[in-house]
Structure formats: structure tokens, C-alpha cells
Write a protein that binds this ligand. Sequence first.
Ligand code: SF4
Ligand code: SF4
Length: 106
Amino acid sequence: MSSANPCLTCGACCAFFRVSFYWGETLSDFLVPESLTEPVSPAKMAMQGTNQAQPRCIALEGEVGGCVSCSIYLNRPSPCREFEAFDAEGACNRARAAYGLPPLAA
Ligand code: SF4
Ligand code: SF4
């Protein structure tokens, strides 16, 4: 069985959910690049491309299900840092299913 990180050939969660977070996460050069965000409420920003009917984060490089990466990985916002990868019963597999990708076991 391969031990490769399945996220590297997936990216479904980056093209399935709205990625919103407290605007203060854009305040420093070391945090989320503001130029890649848009306001969604007085206190919240979202990654551009994720606040729409068919989301796709502007920072996602590659095609879902292929070789993908996050162009701001070290500066990605908190929802991305906290997202539970390989959550067999949860959001990860829901996103994968939307792209016809097989579920991951817990
Ligand atoms: S949907 Fe799951 S496997 Fe795919 S990139 Fe996101 S966390 Fe990784
Ligand atoms: S910032 Fe990176 S990890 Fe977060 S949704 Fe966008 S591409 Fe995915």
C-alpha cells in the first residue's frame, strides 16, 4: 500500500467549501495574503473563489484529483490548518465524493 499523502493528488476540499475566517488573519505579512481574499461580512474574509456556487480557491494549483498544491501553504488560513484530513465520516470524504474520488479509510 502506498504511504503517499492522498492530499497531494486530491485537492477536493479546496474546491468544495467556502473558506472564511476572521479578517485579522490577513493583518501581517506572515499571514494570509489579503490580495487573495474578499470580504464576506464586517468581520470575515474568504479566500477568493470559495464564496460561490461552485467553489474553487484561488490558491489551489492543479486540477482536483490530479497533482495539486496550495500556493500559500505556509500562510493558509485557519480553516485550512484545522481541516481534518482523512476524516472517513466527515467533510474530507464528502468533498472527495463530489469529485468522484474514492473515500479514504479512517
Ligand atoms: S479532501 Fe481530504 S484528501 Fe482531499 S485534499 Fe482535502 S483533506 Fe486531503
Ligand atoms: S488556501 Fe490553500 S489549503 Fe486553503 S483552500 Fe485554498 S488552496 Fe486549499
